[in-house]
Design a protein. Sequence first.
Length: 200
Amino acid sequence: MQYLPLRLVTSTVLLFSCVITVMADEARWEQYLLAGEKAYHQGDYAEAVRQTQHALKEAENFGEEDPGFAVSLDRLGRLYQLGGRYAEAERLFKHSLGIWETVLGPEHDYMATILSNLAELYRMQSRYAEAEPLYKRSLAILEKMQDPEHSDVAMSLNNLAWLYDDQGRHAEAEPLFKRSLKIWETVLGSGHLNAAIRPR
């Protein structure tokens, strides 16, 4: 019988232990995220925040450039935004945006979602000058990466149109509303009213 060198056996055991630890961390992280989502849908905002904060804490073990950490920042940022904790939400969204830009590149279609989240946060605070370039960048990414008739493009057009409408810039908003409506009618059939909703 051949025996592995003690040094190799020890290294293998340590590696296996690290893998098990990472898997356990990921399982706990996912459980916290799901619990936060469930609490939110049940109307328990405080519990949703608490569980998502736990998820973020677990995700810190993955490293600050790990997508799981960025996802946790996004989720908690959205909850803070919904709870009116705008300064905290902004900090988390900006942190997440930096990670995703490094991991995915500046033109990945998921970047459009993160940019839109931050833009919507600014719009809710009437920080229109800061929201506009983010909405525009989000739209430009989607127009490049998605089919021009995709529903995500329609939603992005709609978001920018509402931003203009909020400022009384109706002449700029109108063609965007019309283009958004045309896409929704193509995708879902005429008479669909999705283009009339507020920004997501």
